[in-house]
Write a protein that binds this ligand. Structure first.
Ligand code: GDP
Length: 369
């Protein structure tokens, strides 16, 4: 009876409640002799990986399981939400296994940004997180840009090992894996037989042409990312689909910019200067005087200042204020996890307040571009 409740493909405990979580099967499928979860079913029948998400604790357990294997770990991060999507302490959990960092969504940056500069920036930030990187690959899983480098790096670094693909939600992990399945998989072979009986990794094995497996893991949910706390239809508005057209504002101190009703940027102190907003062009920005900003928000949130709508805002955390000080001569980004960033190249210094839903990570970082 024990086997009845586990997926015959990946070994995950089956459940019928939440299709976005590992182990989901429609209730009717439980009648079958051999039951596989929906994720395994889709790969097997449609050659298509789908995103599923788990929380921190389950994810850490899964990562710990990787430490006991001999594998290459591919960590996918989203260049648009780099600090929000990187997995803190990854190295500790995957043990001695080498980590390849795949930085996805480079298509969102303006053309002409030097890849060398990007690579150096990524390397520096990853090092600060304590991740020992075997290599950094820049790509766009959606457009296929740089995908040949992903393939090359996999061939070069994995040796005789399987490949675990790990990442936060919405970084493009499924998009990347689907590309791998399309170009390199060998689904004639038996799909998803767990190598480590008894240890449920909630991980789907996808056989590749060369006899090795790509192992897809669930995406980890981080509540410090704007993408995790907004409703689904707002997610579409904040995830940029194509190259971001930056928006430049010349501001005097005491001016504010609303990003929909998702966040507010206040230029509190400093000489007149420019601020460049890198957020999805699907979002509406609204400029006002700082002294008017609270009132404007109270009157217009959810309507002129949107998304989210008024009803949706009622279900989201209230804003808190983050005070950030860009010193004279610094070139920094004001980073708002999942929403984007504001580039500040301050020859004169700037004191800035960011209002954002409580829990969302807001910070200063070295300028990306
Ligand atoms: P997962 O949750 O990590 O499996 O992410 P998905 O593959 O489902 O992708 C999440 C979102 O990011 C979707 O809206 C994708 O269209 C988008 N996406 C994935 N890869 C890219 C990329 O290379 N560039 C851009 N601009 N968007 C991407």
């Amino acid at each position: 009876q024990q086997e009845k409740v586990r997926c015959a493909g990946c070994g995950v405990n089956l459940q019928t409640k939440d299709s976005g979580k590992p182990g989901f099967v429609p209730a009717a499928a439980l009648e079958k002799e051999i039951i596989i979860c929906q994720r395994c079913f889709r790969i097997k029948n449609y050659n298509e990986a789908a995103s599923v998400a788990i929380d921190q604790d389950d994810f850490l357990r899964l990562l710990g399981g990787i430490a006991a294997t001999d594998s290459l770990v591919v960590h996918i991060v989203d260049l648009f939400d780099f600090e929000g999507s990187i997995i803190p302490g990854l190295q500790r959990f995957v043990g001695n296994n080498p980590v390849l960092l795949v930085v996805n969504k480079i298509d969102l940056l303006p053309k002409g940004v030097s890849t060398n500069r990007l690579r150096n920036w990524v390397q520096k930030q990853a090092k600060a997180q304590g991740i020992r990187l075997m290599d950094v690959i820049l790509c766009s899983a959606k457009r296929g840009t740089g995908f040949e480098h992903v393939i090359e790096a996999l061939a070069q670094h994995r040796g005789d090992r399987d490949v675990y693909v790990v990442g936060a939600t919405n970084v493009g992990k499924s998009t990347l894996i689907n590309r791998l399945i399309r170009d390199y998989s060998d689904l004639e072979r038996e799909l998803t037989t767990s190598r480590y009986p008894g240890t449920t990794l909630d991980a789907v094995h996808i056989p590749l042409d060369d006899g090795h497996d790509i192992i897809d893991t669930p995406g980890i949910v981080y509540s410090h990312r704007m993408t995790e706390i907004v409703p689904r239809d707002v997610l579409g508005a904040i995830l940029p689909e194509k190259e971001i057209k930056p928006i430049v504002y010349q501001l005097n101190a005491d001016q504010s910019i609303f990003v929909g009703a998702l966040a507010r940027f206040d230029f509190v102190e400093g000489e007149r200067q420019s601020f460049t907003f890198y957020v999805s062009n699907g979002l509406k920005l609204h400029r006002t005087k700082l002294e008017r900003a609270d009132e404007l928000y109270a009157e217009h949130k959810g309507v002129m200042l949107a998304p989210p709508s008024a009803e949706q805002l009622a279900d989201m955390p209230a804003w808190t204020r983050h005070r950030l000080n860009v010193k004279r001569g610094q070139e920094m980004d004001v980073f708002i996890s999942g929403l984007g960033w504001i580039h500040v190249n301050s020859t004169v210094g700037a004191l800035i307040d960011i209002h954002a839903p409580k829990g969302i990570r807001v910070m200063l970082r070295d300028a990306l571009i």
